[in-house]
Design a protein around this ligand. Structure first.
Ligand code: UD1
Length: 365
């Protein structure tokens, strides 16, 4: 059986790592197509290196662009790639433009589509990620849900028969990397005035927080008003938008620096007093590491983190500053994101659904 994974953006490389390893362990053929949506080495190459992911078999090199141009460029190039690779299933990840383009391309070629991290919903139809994930779920043949909540969303949309609850593969990779970096010092602790437990880690990159200068200014004001230094791991998008709007990303408590490689990010979160973010993955990583999280959004797909008290949704500068300094959450041993062995179940579910029948000549006499 041959699985072809299509990935393009940073969080997809993290999810790809345990899948690549589980496929190899199960003796399943696995090919990787990188769309090139993310191309900066710190957003792409370092993940392949640090997480031991084999180099992509095909790189489309599409780069940045508007939603239509980027999605269309990927779509236009995949026909030939899939004709060449002949997948038994095309595996797509999460909710980026690369996800939707690959799902659409595969459907049009009558290839089986598997969606990993299916069923997440923000119910905010203004988010590009919400369009991408809803459309991908309805195009896919096999829906691999990370949580019970996600599986329920799929059932509510009439997709229960195509759904398998496998758990969250990000938990797999997070636990492995946590164990690897435990005890090692964070690179952030080499910065002046930064001590263990004496700083916050922040990431902000979503269109809803970056693209409107007035909104970006509010977010920056909230972060700058924190009681301890806030280290902003600045995605190129937030840097570009801040520069264009004349907004200073290093002021008050706020200090901007380049993004971190994945193991360094996990070390930094472990050493921090809390996380402030609009990333989906980081909300969950903070919870799994039992570090309090403040999410600069009106809603989250990872509702369990909020219900268990480890995440708080905020909007205004005052809410941001207040939430960052709130008292520590009540300890919990809840495990809504699985046991760290989801990737093996992903390969098992795909094999059950799509492994080609063994031919008679292969059968034992
Ligand atoms: C994309 C995903 C988002 C995901 C995020 C993870 C979509 C619609 N959005 O957002 O769901 O959470 O990835 O990071 O697919 N840029 C660079 N270098 C790069 C890549 C991007 O400088 O390697 C800059 C460019 O100015 C580009 C901008 O970042 O226009 C936005 O990149 P894009 O890939 O469109 O979306 P992200 O904001 O990264």
């Amino acid at each position: 059986m041959r699985i072809v994974s299509v990935v393009g953006a940073r969080p997809q490389f993290v999810k790809l790592a345990p899948i690549a390893h589980a496929a190899a362990a199960a003796g399943v053929e696995h090919r990787i197509v990188h769309t090139g949506q993310h191309y900066d080495p710190m957003l792409s190459d370092v993940f392949f290196r640090d997480l031991g992911i084999p180099a992509p078999d095909v790189h489309l090199g599409v780069g940045s662009g508007g939603h239509g141009a980027q999605t269309g460029a990927i779509l236009g190039r995949l026909d030939e790639v899939f004709a060449d690779l002949e997948p038994d299933t095309v595996l797509v990840y999460g909710d980026t433009n690369s996800t939707l383009a690959a799902a659409l391309s595969a459907v049009k070629l009558h290839l089986h589509v598997t969606h990993l991290e299916a069923g997440l919903r923000s119910f905010n139809r203004r988010m590009p990620e919400e369009h991408n994930r809803v459309l991908t779920d309805h195009a896919a043949d096999l829906l691999l849900a990370p949580t019970d909540v996600a599986a329920r969303h799929l059932a509510a949309e009439g997709l229960a028969e195509r759904t398998v609850m496998v758990g969250d593969v990000m938990t797999d990779v997070l636990y492995q990397v946590r164990d690897r970096v435990q005890g090692a010092s964070s690179v952030l602790l080499t910065e002046p005035g930064i001590e263990p437990g004496g700083f916050y880690v922040a990431t902000i990159h979503r269109a809803e927080n970056t693209d409107d200068p007035a909104r970006l200014r509010e977010v920056v004001t909230g972060l700058a008003g924190a009681d301890k230094p806030v280290i902003l791991l600045a995605h190129p998008r937030v840097r570009a938008k801040a520069e264009a709007a004349g907004i200073e990303l290093t002021r008050g408590a706020l200090r901007a620096r380049d993004p971190l490689a994945y193991p360094d990010l996990i070390s930094a979160v472990l050493a921090s007093a809390g996380v402030v973010t609009d990333s989906g993955g980081l909300q969950k990583e903070a919870f799994l590491l039992r570090v309090p999280c403040t999410t600069v959004r009106d809603e989250t797909e990872w509702v369990e983190t909020v219900e268990l008290g480890w995440n708080r949704l905020v909007r205004t500068p005052e809410e941001i500053s207040a939430a960052i300094t709130r008292p520590a959450p009540v300890p919990t041993d809840a495990a809504p994101y699985g046991d760290g062995h989801a990737a093996g179940r992903v390969i098992g579910a795909i094999s059950s659904a799509f492994a080609p029948p063994t031919s008679n000549t292969d059968a034992p006499a």
